[in-house]
Design a protein around this ligand. Structure first.
Ligand SMILES: Cc1cc2nc3c(=O)[nH]c(=O)nc-3n(C[C@H](O)[C@H](O)[C@H](O)COP(=O)(O)OP(=O)(O)OC[C@H]3O[C@@H](n4cnc5c(N)ncnc54)[C@H](O)[C@@H]3O)c2cc1C
Length: 241
């Protein structure tokens, strides 16, 4: 479809999705046994978009993200009547929320609605009915649970980009395509402002020699003289005295 569209420049901004296999930035690996095609393993999109729900009452939400997503899903499921444990490898729940001043109310809220907290826990394997892991001293920890929600990390949706860039130069040229670029989460999942910056930068530099490589910052160095500053009248007055 993209090849037939007739565009000379293609910018792919297909975003990202939450890992379905427990891939996370703590172990830098998927979690053995994690597979969101199973009814007892869920991702944030499955919970929120597809309304998938845990098959039993006890749920572990495993949060390696550290922002609001894990805590929010824990709150949602607890309010729906599930017995929720929020497990995280971090020393505190949602540490990024400290920076946004949300951490204290968030923790109070989780406590009020009965969410159990397991900080300092790295999940090492999932089995039906059990979440296996270790605490911060590498002692084994087991949580009995009917389901696990994986809030581990997001993964780029870069299939379209890799398919397009795998096309031969001749085939792209026949389609009239002069350049294929990608921006935002499709490059690597990030904050919204960084995605907006990506698109803005590419648009401004689209006529550069290689728009995929950002131009160096131009730093203007102004030469300031007394005559050009607000000091000039002050100096004149001072000289007259
Ligand atoms: C749950 C959640 C909460 C977030 N909260 C924050 C926050 O509070 N603050 C913050 O700064 N950042 C936040 N982010 C990150 C921010 O939303 C993303 O960095 C940003 O949306 C990425 O923009 P994007 O345009 O690259 O991708 P997206 O906004 O994900 O847009 C990609 C679009 O491409 C479409 N698409 C995918 N494949 C195809 C295809 N083959 N053909 C056509 N269309 C396709 C998708 O349907 C989607 O509409 C959050 C992200 C998530 C997932």
């Amino acid at each position: 479809e993209t090849l037939e569209y007739g565009a000379e420049l293609v910018v792919v901004a297909t975003g990202s999705h939450w890992a379905t296999d427990g891939l996370n930035g703590i172990t830098c690996r998927p979690i053995p046994g994690a597979d969101a095609s199973q009814p007892w393993v869920l991702t944030p999109e499955q919970v929120m978009v597809e309304a998938k729900r845990p098959p039993g009452e006890r749920v572990v939400v495993y949060d390696c993200d550290g922002y609001f997503m894990g805590a929010s899903l824990a709150e949602l499921l607890a309010l729906e009547g599930y017995r929720v444990t929020l497990a995280t490898p971090y020393a505190q729940v949602a540490p990024l929320c400290v920076e946004t001043l949300e951490a204290d109310p968030l923790l109070r809220r989780l406590h009020e609605i009965g969410v159990s907290i397991a900080t300092g826990m790295t999940v090492t394997a999932l089995e039906p009915g059990r979440t296996l892991g270790q605490d911060m001293f590498a002692n084994p920890v087991t949580l009995e649970a009917d389901a696990v929600v994986l809030v581990t990390q997001r993964v780029s949706d870069d299939t379209l980009y890799t398919e397009l860039t795998a096309e031969s130069p001749e085939s792209l040229s026949t389609a009239g395509i002069e350049g294929v670029y990608r921006i935002g989460d499709c490059v690597s999942p990030r904050l919204l402002g960084e995605s907006i910056y990506d698109g803005h930068r590419l648009a401004r530099e689209i006529d550069s020699l290689d728009p995929s490589v950002p131009l160096a910052y131009l730093r203007e160095r102004l030469l300031v003289t007394a005559a050009a500053t607000s000091l000039a009248p002050w100096r004149e007055r001072a000289d007259r005295r």
